[in-house]
Design a protein around this ligand. Sequence first.
Ligand code: FPP
Length: 253
Amino acid sequence: MESLLKSIDTTRVPRHIAIIMDGNGRWAKSRGMERSAGHVAGVDAVRRVIEAGSEAGVEYMTLYAFSTENWNRPKEEVDALLHLIVVALERETSGMIANGVRLNVIGDCSRLPEESMESLRRSIDATSKGTGMQVNLALSYSSRWEITKAVRDMVDAALRGDIDSSSITEDTVSDYLTTRSIPDPDLLIRTGGDERVSNFLLWQIAYSELYFTDMYWPDFDKEALYKAIVDYQSRERRFGKTSEQITRLEDQI
Ligand code: FPP
């Protein structure tokens, strides 16, 4: 079968793809395995998708690996998941360097165990010179946590006299989020069959195209990513404008 990579219009690749990787537990259960086996298989899918995104020319990929709400799962699952991420980082860092990938983390790192922080620091440092795709791991992340923190930081800055409330714009707010300097996602993908955004990048996805698939995350492969990109390219992004305005703008380019 010919790869869908060839069907992608290289002039309109989404610069930033955000992914809610859901369905690891159900994937494992459907095979009579422990949930943790689903997370292990999920790491293989992460590797495939990072390679596929790099090959397609995606510049940023943000992966929802552990949400603020995930802290409420049974302690054994939380510990296993966080440890798995450490093991994956140790194992995958050389591959990321080879692919020119630059690793970054967004989320409330103050809640992460020291073991996680150490391996994150090591991988972030080791990949910092990468000139290819930037991978943002969302860990202990939720959008409401991020927006609340941004409000707190802005109020502190105003009290110090560093900013003036009347000069706060949408760009100011964006600058106070963990995604400052990262363009907003063009495409948000969610696997696992649910069609919701689950407290992920709520400010940043204001104009993103949403793509939902029933596929469980461990089954998501390169072709599945390319299919999502081809689907994205079939959509017309109007940003509140009319179709006619968009066509006129395109004619001018
Ligand atoms: C959702 O499936 C998935 C997660 C909570 C964890 C995702 C994490 C990984 C795939 C590992 C990532 C590792 C690196 C290095 C990025 P679920 O458990 O909610 O599945 P379910 O909805 O079927 O129960």
